[in-house]
Design a protein around this ligand. Structure first.
Ligand code: B16
Ligand code: MG
Length: 217
């Protein structure tokens, strides 16, 4: 039996939220807007455009379209400076173990991320080759919780959505997986991700028996 395992990137495979935080914080502060870690939490899984809109809303600021575009570029340039320094040590614990188990068992693996930088990040941490297909922020027009990113992933894997399993750290991502009729596995806080079918703190808690049952289900 072949199932499709679709991985979110930020917060699931690597923790790039800390780099998004640094770059957004610098940008917000330059506009005289304060930006906390709690606010950064609310940007997880949210697109770049929507993230800047939210920051401007929090700071009660209105800016021109040109300024908006300029700030988006500025934020990404700084973010990419942090990404450039990434290496394999930034892969979250036991992600390689789970990927290898899936590969050994001839399962299909996809990436389903909102990030337009996903391909660069996967290259940096040397995981690109593990994925049969990559769907990222460049391939979608609708942001999570819209299921588009995961449905494209299923289509590219040539699988029905019901035969796909999604690993997600954001509430919007879990909702997107549920709407897509996929099995949703939350990675993070069980209270926050209570809509997921299963929740684990991280991949160290995911046993081979658990994955094997998902494959057989
Ligand atoms: P970029 P994911 C998301 O990635 C991040 O969680 C979110 O914080 C970020 O704003 C978004 O990607 C867009 O990222 O600016 O690199 O295009 O969690 O869906 O892998
Ligand atoms: Mg994420």
């Amino acid at each position: 039996m072949k199932k499709g395992f679709i991985f979110d990137l930020d917060g699931v495979i690597v923790d790039t939220a800390k780099y998004h935080f640094l770059a957004w914080q610098n940008l917000a502060n330059s506009l005289g807007i304060s930006f906390s870690e709690e606010q950064n939490e609310q940007l997880k899984g949210v697109s770049r455009v929507r993230s800047l809109e939210k920051i401007l809303e929090w700071g009660n600021k209105t800016i021109s379209e040109e300024e908006f575009t300029r700030l988006m570029t500025e934020k990404n340039v700084e973010y990419l400076q942090y990404i450039d320094k990434m290496d394999t040590t930034e892969i979250l614990p036991d992600v390689p173990r789970v990927l290898e188990y899936l590969i050994d068992n001839q399962q299909l693996i996809a990436l389903g991320s909102a990030s337009k930088n996903a391909r660069v990040i996967l290259e940096k941490v040397k995981l690109s080759k593990k994925f049969h297909t990559i769907v990222d922020g460049n391939d979608v027009s609708k942001a999570k919780p819209d299921p588009e990113v995961f449905l494209i992933g299923a289509e590219k894997l040539d699988l029905a959505p019901g035969n796909c399993i999604v690993f997600e750290d954001s509430v919007a991502g879990v909702q997107a997986a549920n709407i897509a009729n996929m099995v949703s596995i939350g990675i993070g806080d069980a209270q926050v991700l209570h809509e997921a079918d299963y929740v684990f703190d991280d991949f160290t808690q995911i046993t081979e028996e658990f994955i094997s049952n998902l494959i057989k289900a």
